[in-house]
Design a binder for this molecule. Structure first.
Ligand code: ATP
Length: 374
């Protein structure tokens, strides 16, 4: 249950900078998701917390104190992997007891600990079953019970649900969260699955190329992303490049796609006239409306843009509509399943709700590079 703080932590492997100047804090009792594309430094961050590897520079403080000299086995941590090394020829009871024995408990205490943690993970009625006969979710439960029996107060979870199928994954997310909160643990959960991170985390740290881009609640990241990358990676957004043509304290206008005007609140500090910006719009916040005959040739009011339907189909439970805008731009809209159907070639107008956009400074590199996840 400690508070763990990173202060300017760097980890290099030769020329590779795996983790680049990380400074952030994991609060006592917090469930922190670490999210980012492959190779962004998530596992390296977790391994540095565990003490398995040491930072090249910077400090990791536990409740304000350095743990540098403390071996991994002497930290109250439990490392939870996708596949636990469970002993297949031992029973569940013996596997969990192994954790308690490793902690040096007397036999009677071992029994009590096995009873306690087998209940926590819901395996109390299967204690005599051999691990080799268990399915993937139960194996994960045994692994968890074993690290808890070992006395873990901080769980380091590296893609712990990666081996489970979709439906079971969702149930297991609930189990994990309940367990961490009931036992007042601190958890750091690495994943590259944004839905999983959103479902389970109090806050999420979004990483890209070794850097921490933003740490925030799921709500912060969805509605107040600080960078284009976060907006692109969390949820789904489309982006339009534009120019500020009016910006007063109360009124902002951005020109996009040549002659369409968006009237939106400004989310960048001190915007200047004619500044180039990028407008991020979440795909569920576009509205599609049929175009009236007399609207085809004339300008539309602010926040409306002309478009033509390319496809309109179901993907899962949502209606997905691809729209071609002008100048070779297209966008995708995620709609309610009972929304009005459209067909290829329909002329439409899209409405962009002013409160559904985030305005970003134009990135130094181009927009495509900014959004890259590799
Ligand atoms: P994934 O989701 O694919 O596991 P990750 O976000 O956990 O990726 P890391 O495994 O932390 O990323 O790796 C970050 C970078 O450091 C990568 O470029 C990786 O190749 C490099 N790296 C990690 N471990 C080592 C190592 N032992 N030696 C050399 N390079 C390494």
């Amino acid at each position: 249950m400690p508070e763990i703080s990173f202060a300017n932590v760097v980890k290099r492997y030769g020329k590779v900078v795996a983790v680049d100047d990380l400074s952030f804090t994991i609060h006592d009792g917090e469930y922190l998701g670490l999210l980012g594309p492959s190779g962004c430094g998530k596992t390296t961050t977790l391994r540095m917390i565990s003490g398995l590897i040491k930072p090249t520079s910077g400090n990791i403080l536990w409740d304000g104190k350095s743990m540098e000299k403390l071996d991994p086995q002497d930290r109250d941590i439990g490392y939870v992997f996708q596949h636990f090394a469970i002993f297949p020829h031992l029973t569940i009871q013996e596997n969990i007891a192994f954790g308690a024995i490793a902690r040096g408990l007397a036999p009677r205490d071992v029994e009590a600990v096995v009873e306690e943690y087998s209940k926590v993970v819901g395996l109390q009625d299967k204690l005599d079953q051999y691990a080799k006969n268990l399915d993937a979710p139960d194996l994960q439960r045994v692994g968890l019970a074993r690290v808890l029996a070992k006395g873990a107060k901080t769980l380091l979870l590296d893609e712990p649900l990666g081996a489970l199928d979709h439906k079971i994954r969702e149930r297991f997310q609930d189990e994990l969260l309940r367990l961490v909160k009931d036992l007042n643990l601190t958890a750091i959960h690495v994943t590259h699955d944004q839905n999983e991170a959103m479902a389970i985390s109090d806050r999420i740290g979004v990483m890209k190329k070794g850097k921490m881009i933003q740490v925030g609640t799921p709500n912060d990241l969805l509605f107040e992303p600080r960078e284009i990358f976060t907006s692109h990676f969390i949820g789904e957004s489309d982006f339009l490049e534009g120019v500020i043509i009016k910006s007063t304290g109360t009124h902002n206008e951005i020109l996009v796609l040549g002659d369409s005007i968006l009237q939106v609140p400004m989310s960048i500090p001190a915007p200047s006239m004619y500044e180039e910006v990028v407008v991020g719009i979440r795909r569920e916040f576009f509205e599609i409306l049929p175009l009236k005959a007399d609207e085809k040739k004339r300008d539309l009011p602010p926040n409306f843009i002309h478009g033509t339907v390319i496809t309109d189909r179901f993907v899962g439970e949502k209606r997905r509509t691809f729209i071609r805008l002008r100048y070779g731009r297209s966008i995708e809209v995620k709609r309610r399943p009972n929304g009005r159907p459209f067909k290829r070639g329909d002329d439409i107008k899209i409405y962009i709700h002013p409160n559904a956009v985030v305005v970003f400074n134009q990135p130094h590199q181009n927009l495509e590079r900014e959004m890259e996840v590799t």
